[in-house]
Each structure stands twice: as structure tokens, then as C-alpha cells.
Design a protein around this ligand. Sequence first.
Ligand SMILES: [Fe+2]
Length: 292
Amino acid sequence: MTEPALETRDLGSVAEPLLVFGGVYSNLEAFEAIEKVARERGIPASHMVHTGDIIAYGADPAECAGKLHDLGCPAIKGNVEQQLFDGAIDCGCGFDEGTGCDLLSVQWYAFAKSRVSDALCRWMGTLPDHLTLSMGGVSIRVVHGTPSQVNRFLYGPEPEAEFTGELDNVTEDLIIGGHSGFPFFRRFGARGWLNTGAAGIPADDGTARGWYAVLTPADGGVEIALHGLEYDHEQTIAKLRAAGLPEPYAVAMQGGPVPNRDTLPQALQARAGKRLDFAVEKMKARTLASAS
Ligand SMILES: [Fe+2]
């Protein structure tokens, strides 16, 4: 069977700051906090980018999908948008069979599927698979999992070849991905890979913060800043419990262990529970980087 061609939408050259977020995961309070950050930074919806999975663990799947639709910001399909559009019976996250996330995802996916309208599911299916843009001369491709696979997990500490093998499939300098839910930035020579983490669930760092990134044009390149997102997680947790959704997600939203901790790369398990913070990184345009 031939796989359908991926749809890529080009945003062109972006000269103003871009707020990139993904993995809202049906967490309305986190989404509202992202909007507040954008307002405070003077970033309009046209310069907000969602990297997929607007729906997952939380209690407000229809509200979050509706808000993303109404916001009208550039957004791509995650595996969850694709599965809901296809009318699939599971989230297509790619969890190993029988793992905690595999078993728990059955519950939130069924909950979401029962609440999101057919019209919103059809709209999610119209979202592109990838976005491309350039900023400060740096060419960027926004994907959900990896360029080759919507539901491939790359958490950050994997061997370099796992990333360079994917980078070999594309021409861009910087990949921005989501899906795995853990924020990181890594360099591979003059190229880079950014995961903005998930807005809607913490990164197992002992805090209740979600994550997003702001990309800002800089002299001959782009500055990349990963930020923790403070929001009213207690309200989110109360709604999740009232909806009868799985308790392990409530624990994770409080900053406790994520349900898939035992399946994560060893390096992530070793740092679990320790607060994450990131320095601002700078990537140069590849022509400048290779000339310097
Ligand atoms: Fe995903």
C-alpha cells in the first residue's frame, strides 16, 4: 500500500518572535496560559505554532480543539488529530503494547472521541503534516514526531545517529518536534533539533509546569528559549478527576511521575523529579555557521 504524501505548508520568512507549543492534551487551563503568555509578549495568533496533539489526557478535548480552531494559528496534525479524523479506535501514539500508557490511553481516547464533534474532527484532518519557515536565515521544519514518522518518540538523550538519520531525510537546519513531551535542544554540527515539550503535562521534573518555546530572530540566526509554563493545574486536575479520567495523569500533572517513566531512556529516568531549566541557545544560519 502506498502511504499518502505528507502535506507541508510553508510559512515563509518570519521576522518576528514565534511562540511554539504542542501537546495541549485537552488541558484547557494550560492552553489559556499559553494564550496569556502570547498576549504579554505581544505575539499574535499568526505567530503561534502548535506542533500537534491538541487532544489527549485532559477533561476538555472539545474545548481545546475548538479554541485552536478559533485561534487560527498555524498548526499541524499530531497522531491524535490524524486518528480522530480517521475515526480510528485508538490514539496511535505508538506506545509499546501492555505498557501503562498503552492501557491508560484507551480511556482518554474513548472519552475524547465521545466529546469532539464530527465537524472538529474533519477540521483536524485538514491540518498539514509539517510546516516550514525560515527565521534569521535558519531554515526550519516543524513536525510532530520526526520528519519520517508522526508517532516516533525521540526524547532527547538517544544516540546522535537517531537524529542525524532523520535529518538526512530533510534539508532544513532546524527540526522542531513534539510528541514525546520532553523539552530539549540538541546540536548536530550546524544543524539542530528542538522539542518544545508539552504545554499540557509536565516533563517529570518534580514541578507542575508545562512547556513551550519562543524563537526570536537574532543577528545572523535565531535564538531559542525553552520556558516552563505555570498555570492553574489544580483546576485541571479537579476536572480530570470529576470526568473519571485515569488518576495517573492527575499525579503527573501535579509534578509526580509520568505514567511512562519506566519506558523512558535511562538518562531521563535518572533525572526524574529534578527541576529542569534551559539556557537560551543560538543557532546561526548554516551558510554563516559553516563559514565561521
Ligand atoms: Fe503525539
